[in-house]
Write a protein that binds this ligand. Structure first.
Ligand SMILES: C[S@@+](CC[C@H](N)C(=O)[O-])C[C@H]1O[C@@H](n2cnc3c(N)ncnc32)[C@H](O)[C@@H]1O
Length: 218
């Protein structure tokens, strides 16, 4: 069977070594990533799963801010995971990186996260899979658990739509990304049994990046 396809971090495998620099300078990374970390509010004892962790930047920041936690990142891209492992080693950050998609990643037996995060992953995922991944996240989450997402969601203004088109869509293609620009995340993150908020949006040279928080309620 053909291995399942996915879009690599910058749209093309050859560009992966440039990923961290591109994100740092083109997306106002410090601003949105620190807002995401603050929103996640990692506490001692938390178990956090980052889906589509790429080169591991979020998890490494989180591990440094609160070491007494269990942090796992999954991603189908081995090249990105190799970079993530090297960065974590260098930073002395305790993070486990596991290859695969959410439906087949080999998480430790009986390990259920109380927090699930995902940054800049959903816009790369095919239409039908986006809600499948959200459902899988909800299924895995412990009671009172939280989902935290940062991604290109609805691009409200003409300027943000153009920025998104000439940067992200030129690398990742239009087919999977357009649904995000049209507001699919605003719809699929909402579900019965969850209180979901779009908490913040940040304009950038690559389009608007929005943060979402979904809390599982009893
Ligand atoms: C733009 S990168 C974001 C990486 C990282 N989360 C960050 O914030 O820098 C998107 C990542 O999602 C991964 N990805 C793409 N499709 C995926 C899927 N269906 N399931 C999980 N990860 C996926 C890619 O391999 C890539 O590493």
């Amino acid at each position: 069977m053909e291995p399942k396809q996915y879009t690599p971090p910058l749209g093309h495998a050859a560009l992966t070594p440039l990923y961290d620099v591109a994100i740092r300078y083109l997306t106002r990374e410090k601003t949105w990533r620190s807002a995401l970390a603050k929103q996640i509010d990692l506490n001692a004892g938390d178990r956090l799963l980052d889906v589509g962790c790429g080169t591991g930047s979020l998890l490494i920041d989180l591990a440094k801010s609160c070491p007494d936690t269990e942090l796992i990142g999954i991603d189908p891209d081995e090249q990105a995971l190799a970079a993530a492992r090297a960065k974590a080693r260098e930073a002395g950050a305790s993070v486990q990186f596991i290859p695969g998609f959410l439906e087949n990643a080999k998480l430790p037996a009986g390990w259920y996260p109380n927090k699930i995060s995902s940054s800049l992953m959903f816009h790369q995922v095919p239409y039908a899979e986006k809600s499948m991944i959200v459902d899988q996240m909800r299924g895995l989450l412990a009671q009172d658990g939280e989902i935290h997402v940062a991604d290109y969601a609805l691009q409200k203004t003409r300027m943000m739509r153009s920025a998104f088109r000439i940067t992200v869509q030129s690398l990742d293609g239009v087919e999977d990304t357009q649904h995000n620009a049209d507001g699919i995340l605003e719809r699929i993150l909402v579900s019965e049994g969850f209180i979901t908020d779009k908490t913040m949006s940040f304009s950038s040279l690559t389009g608007s990046i929005s943060l979402f928080k979904a809390v599982k309620i009893a």
